[in-house]
Ligand binder design. Structure first.
Ligand SMILES: Nc1ncnc2c1ncn2[C@@H]1O[C@H](COP(=O)(O)OP(=O)(O)OP(=O)(O)O)[C@@H](O)[C@H]1O
Ligand SMILES: [Mg+2]
Length: 159
């Protein structure tokens, strides 16, 4: 699926509201983790995803977990590879849940105004990551956060 344009992700309650039901579309912030922008952070993010969602939100064998893990891998990897996060910065993973969906958001330190772009014809080993995201997520997109970028993906709850 093609990425959704910036700004069209549903709003979410943050700060003091985190963990409570959001006011706008019933989206809860489940957990937030900020990690250093190094490759070693990728498996941490994946474990955090699993530990946050299982067993309260999805069962350990739910395939959505594998799909979300691949997407979180890709988003965190991109943040580290393509943005200032990988140059001594950090990445922040936010996990959210609505009635029918789960959402992962990764905020990086920005790339001088460059944003994620679907490479039309991936060559060799590059340019495939976001195509895989598009195949696994119900919908995904990105939005600017000042110079930073938040990339997000939603998944249908299957329980
Ligand atoms: N968070 C981001 N901020 C800025 N640019 C990004 C970000 N994520 C991806 N991009 C840009 O989008 C392009 C496509 O990303 P994609 O993940 O599909 O490919 P890749 O990371 O280059 O290679 P691969 O994922 O196949 O190893 C990247 O080459 C990069 O230019
Ligand atoms: Mg990539």
């Amino acid at each position: 699926m093609a990425p959704t344009e910036a700004g069209s992700a549903p709003p979410v309650s943050r700060g003091p509201a985190a963990g409570r039901r959001g006011a706008d579309r019933g989206v809860d912030v489940l957990a937030v983790l900020t990690l250093p922008g190094v490759e070693r952070s990728v498996p941490y993010a994946r474990r955090f995803l699993r530990d946050t969602l299982v067993p309260g939100h999805v069962s350990a064998r739910d395939e959505v977990l594998d799909d979300m893990a691949l997407v979180v891998d890709e988003f965190t990897g991109n943040g580290i590879k393509h943005t200032a996060s990988g140059d001594g910065g950090s990445i922040t993973l936010v996990l959210l849940a609505g009635r029918d969906m789960l959402r992962a958001e990764v905020t990086d330190d920005g790339a001088g105004g460059l944003r994620p772009v679907l490479r039309a014809a991936p060559e060799g080993e590059n340019g495939r990551g976001l195509h895989i995201v598009g195949a696994l997520a119900e919908r995904w997109g990105h939005r600017p956060d000042g110079p930073r970028t938040t990339v997000w993906a939603e998944f249908r709850r299957r329980d």
